[in-house]
Design a protein around this ligand. Structure first.
Ligand SMILES: Nc1ncnc2c1ncn2[C@@H]1O[C@H](COP(=O)(O)OP(=O)(O)OP(=O)(O)O)[C@@H](O)[C@H]1O
Ligand SMILES: [Zn+2]
Ligand SMILES: [Zn+2]
Length: 978
């Protein structure tokens, strides 16, 4: 029989899953430091008590925060969620010995986590200055309940669900009422597909499946179905896998005046619906006073017993307490049964509907219908906990979004991740399904892709949303970013390579973090509220990097993993796909449903930051890139990070000590014209051909691509060179059909040839134009000195017509101040070196004190230190030149060294990137300065567009202000690099 087979197989898989979980926990506890546990998201270290209160019907709620006095404003990314059982430990560790108590998480924010403790042992007070660790505890309650339900399913003989079980296992065909009644809808706004779904659900005898793609009003439909059931006098049990989903339904049903009752620990419920919880209703019932009196009596007896030294007396007390407890239990049972029976709809999580909870006080036949929302996110076993109580079930959800999380790969592949909803659709196809097809969330440009790729092209956008954009929101200015629903920021070829942490699956990408930051800045400066923006990344490491960077400035910005956003929506979504590597590995990203969820959270705007060359190796992502390229606006990362130069540094070299894991992130460095130390030429094709490829086979595709890139580079270079020779041509305009990679090549080539280049236009009309510099110099690489003078001089020259000169002046003053500071530093260093003639070893150790062999642009502007000292210094420093200046690194820099222009020290290939050796901030402020100088943040990489729309004036002004503020922050004394 099908049921038997299903049950035995599922029990086996559950066991496997459970073992995987236990195994994981054991490995963690045995081999992993607390720090690593925290990195895995199941532990939070060194928290402080922010506040403590009594709430939740007598429970103590403690708010735990990171150490604010040390500047930690947000928690590390973690997997804590409301309802999790957690252990609280003193700061010595997370062992049994240091455990203080266990509790339940009630709230998790970016800056705090709240935990409710049921009965705190006497004398547990929280020390305001103490540190506490919080560890998520493994919890096998869920497993036990699912196992129990499966066994009950197997032995099911006579109960309400007999026929339903037959239908769900294909032994009986689903049936419907022969003459469905005309339905009178409570909600007159329902669209046709919603009405059809409601009518269908009412007419089915045993089973109806409601497929609700993102934003199609699944909850609205489920609420209507439940109200209709109530009208027919049915008793409904309504479940969902997560507390959030259940609470959402409670809220909506309560608004419709249904008598709802929510089961579950009140700590796990949203505050607004706690009044519907069993605890709350019980506390207000007639029985409440009696129950409270009994409790008091018990407490009194306890106190009495403690004072009693005599054993015999104690036994008496104990007996009395026992009797009081029995009485209490009986009273409570009666009260609970009464409350349950008088409710129209009882709601709980799937596992909360178990037979050992409050539902045990109800007769087996009490419920008529079971409704399960978010059914595609639930393990089928968990659905059976509730399903055994009903004659009929309605399953709602979207199996094109993320399935339940499963730890054991094998269990998942053997079918544990197959949801009941999917299984039924495989069995009965469309005959039991109604799909909601009008969506009320996304601009149609965002929707189209998901519709085409995931929902058979059946979705349509409701007129209220189909063309809504960020600019339509109150207080939002009309700028490029707020006028486009789709924005692709392509990092291909920009050397913004992913980094990985050894021994962790997780990945990060600092370059993408920087671009996301700039885009968030553009959005917020245009008036989009941070709370309306979501930043989504598929990897925890990237989530952390993004939070570190963005949370201090935008505390209301939500930054989460894809999974954390399921079921949610935001006006704008910024998605960082992270993966950027030569092998074209996409890994974990490759789950189509994950990408579907990420993209379909967005209402008016989605920006995707990614390396299209890497991610296009995956068909589904390729379709996304294709869609965005065709219907949206495409920019290259160059337009954001103007001073990024393509990878000219990586020779596939591995740092001997493995410290380079985070090293190969990006080059963010000098202006276009470089000193002698750096050979920037040939950057176009070199970025892909650098170094011998060791992985030959897997690289056939990428080799082909490289070949194509090289010939493309040659093609464009030839065009540009011809233009340079032909003095009759004023500028060279490339067609808008150029893709971002082509534009990137143009950018590189013109940088190499010292030409000016500029992007104009929007979206598909965007094109790039190359022209000669204003001085009409012959197109050859300018010497460093020349270009520096140019740069310095160009500050006042490039004064944008819309900006008052006052700001430029302050900009300039800023510059001078910073130079002054730098000079002081330098002379400080010189003194040090004079005092210690054999400064060599000290220099390398401290990574400090080397002076300039070439003066930077700003040094000239500031007309600096006396020359003679310089020379002495240089000769002292020359001796140290042999090795990398990075702390402890002994790699030779004689042949492959790179000079950092910010600190003027030589570094090996692993350490020369400013971010890696501690010049990141300087590099950034340098980049900002360039941006400020140009007046417009994304003015292409060439000159600023002179014809500024007067409407943009105020906007630009705001931008400049905030940039100046940035620079002021930069100026504040920072920690020296270690
Ligand atoms: N028939 C309708 N007419 C107008 N607006 C609607 C209609 N149905 C749903 N909506 C709107 O669409 C949004 C999403 O609806 P609802 O909350 O029911 O869906 P959900 O279940 O939360 O989302 P999803 O469909 O993504 O699961 C809500 O703002 C709701 O007001
Ligand atoms: Zn440096
Ligand atoms: Zn080094």
């Amino acid at each position: 029989m099908a049921v038997e087979k299903f049950v035995s197989k599922t029990l086996e898989l559950l066991q496997e899953e459970r073992e995987a979980e236990i195994q994981e926990t054991r490995i963690w506890q045995e081999n992993i430091s607390l720090k690593e546990l925290q990195n895995k998201g199941i532990c939070l270290l060194k928290l402080q008590v922010g506040s403590q209160s009594t709430g939740l019907y007598g429970r103590t709620v403690v708010v735990l925060e990171p150490r604010k006095h040390l500047g930690f404003s947000s928690l590390p990314s973690n997997s804590f969620g409301p309802g999790d059982i957690v252990g609280l430990y003193d700061s010595s560790g997370c062992s049994a010995a240091s455990q203080i108590c266990t509790g339940i998480v009630t709230r998790v924010g970016q800056a705090s986590v709240s935990v409710a403790f049921d009965d705190l042992k006497d004398g547990v007070g929280f020390d305001r200055d103490g540190f506490y660790n919080l560890l998520k505890l493994a919890n096998d309650v869920t497993y036990k309940r699912m196992k129990h339900a499966l066994n009950a399913l197997n032995g099911y003989s006579n109960g309400p669900a007999g026929n339903l079980i037959n239908v769900l296992f294909g032994d009986t065909q689903p049936s419907s009422h022969s003459q469905p009644n005309e339905v009178e809808f409570f909600n007159s706004d329902l669209d046709e597909s919603q009405k059809e779904a409601v009518s269908f659900a009412l007419s089915q005898r045993e089973l109806a499946v409601i497929h609700g793609p993102p934003g199609t009003g699944k909850t609205t439909t489920v609420v209507e179905i439940i109200l209709q059931a109530l009208k027919q006098g049915q008793k409904v049990l309504c479940c969902a896998p997560s507390n959030v989903a259940v609470d959402n339904l409670v809220e909506r049903l309560a608004c419709c005046k249904a008598k709802v009752l929510r089961l579950g620990h009140p700590a796990r419920l949203l505050e607004s619906i706690q009044k519907h919880s069993l605890d709350a209703v019980l506390a207000q019932s007639d029985n409440a006073n009696i129950i409270a009196d009994i409790r008091k009596d018990i407490d009194k007896e306890f106190m009495g017993m403690r004072k009693m030294p005599d054993k015999g007396e104690r036994v008496n007390f104990k007996r009395e307490i026992g009797e009081l407890r029995k009485e209490l239990k009986n009273r409570e049972a009666t009260a609970i049964a009464q409350i349950l029976k008088s409710a129209d709809v009882v709601l709980s999580t799937n596992t909360g509907a178990c037979g050992d909870g409050p539902l045990k006080f109800l007769p087996a036949e009490h419920f008529d219908w079971v409704v399960i929302d978010e059914c595609a996110q639930a393990l089928e076993s968990s659905c059976w906990i509730a399903l055994l109580r009903a004659r009929k079930c309605i399953l709602a959800g979207d199996y094109k979004q993320l399935p339940p999380t499963i730890k054991s790969q094998t269990a998942a592949s053997k079918g544990l991740s197959l949801s009941l909803m999917e299984r039924l659709i495989q069995m009965y196809e469309d005959s039991v399904v109604r799909m909601l097809t009008v969506q009320y969330r996304m601009n149609s440009a965002i929707m189209e892709w998901a519709s085409k790729e995931m929902y058979g092209g059946r979705l349509t956008a409701h007129s209220s949303v189909e063309s809504h954009l960020l600019k339509d929101l109150p207080g939002v200015a009309r700028v490029e970013e707020t006028c486009t629903p789709l924005l692709l920021i392509d990092t291909a070829g920009c050397g913004l390579t992913e980094m990985e942490v050894v021994e962790e699956q997780s990945k990060g990408n600092q370059g993408e973090v920087d671009i996301v930051e700039l885009h968030i800045k553009a959005l917020t400066e245009a008036g989009v509220k941070a709370k309306d923006i979501a930043v989504i990344a598929p990897y925890n490491l990237q989530v952390d990097l993004l939070r570190q960077k963005l949370s201090p400035r935008h505390p209301e910005l939500e930054i989460k993993s894809v999974d954390g956003f399921q079921g949610r929506e935001k006006e704008a979504v910024v998605l960082s796909l992270v993966r950027s590597n030569r092998k074209g590995e996409v890994g974990f990203l490759a789950e189509d449903r994950r990408i579907n969820v990420a993209v379909t959270r967005a209402r008016r705007h989605i920006a995707v930051v990614c390396d299209t060359q890497t991610v296009q190796n995956h068909a589904f992502l390729k379709s996304l890139v294709g869609h965005m390229t065709e219907f949206g606006e495409v920019r290259t990362a160059f337009e954001y990070l103007q001073d990024v130069v393509p990878q000219n540094y990586s020779r596939g070299q591995k740092d001997a000590k493995g410290t380079s894991a985070v090293a190969k992130q990006k080059v963010k460095d000098q202006p276009a014209s470089k000193g002698k130390q750096k050979k920037p030429t040939g950057v176009g094709p070199v970025e892909n051909t650098a170094g011998p490829q060791s992985h030959t086979k897997s690289c056939a595709a990428s080799a082909l691509r490289e070949q194509q890139n090289i010939s493309r580079y040659a093609e464009i270079r030839e065009q540009v060179e011809n233009f340079v020779k032909d003095l009759s041509q004023k500028d060279l305009q490339f067609p808008p059909s150029f893709n971002s990679h082509d534009r990137l090549l143009v950018h590189q080539i013109s940088e190499e040839l010292g030409l000016v280049h500029e992007s104009r236009g929007e979206g598909s009309g965007r094109s790039i134009t190359v022209s000669r510099p204003e001085t009409a110099k012959p197109a050859e690489e300018p010497t460093q000195e020349e270009s520096q003078k140019e740069e310095t001089a160009s500050i006042p020259q490039s004064e944008p017509p819309c900006q008052p000169s006052l700001d430029l002046k302050s900009l300039h003053l800023e510059l001078m101040k910073r130079e002054q500071q730098r000079r002081e530093e330098t002379s400080q260093q010189k003194k040090e070196q004079k005092n210690v003639p054999s400064a060599q070893s000290q220099l390398t150790k401290k990574g400090k004190g080397k002076n300039k062999t070439k003066a930077g642009a700003c040094d000239i502007a500031a007309a600096a230190a006396p020359e003679d000292d310089f020379d002495a210094l240089i000769s002292a420093v020359m001796k140290a030149d042999g090795v990398c200046s990075f702390v402890k690194c002994k790699a030779s820099v004689l042949t492959l060294g790179q000079l950092c222009t910010f600190c003027n020290r030589q570094y090996c290939l692993s350490h020369h990137i400013p971010e890696v050796h501690g010049c990141g901030d300087k590099a950034k402020s340098h980049a900002r300065m360039r941006i400020s100088k140009e007046g417009v943040l994304y003015a292409g990489s060439g000159k600023k567009d002179k014809s500024v729309d007067p409407n943009k004036k105020a906007y630009l002004q705001r931008k400049l202000d905030s940039k100046l503020k940035d620079m002021a922050t930069q100026r504040k004394p920072k920690n020296k690099d270690s």
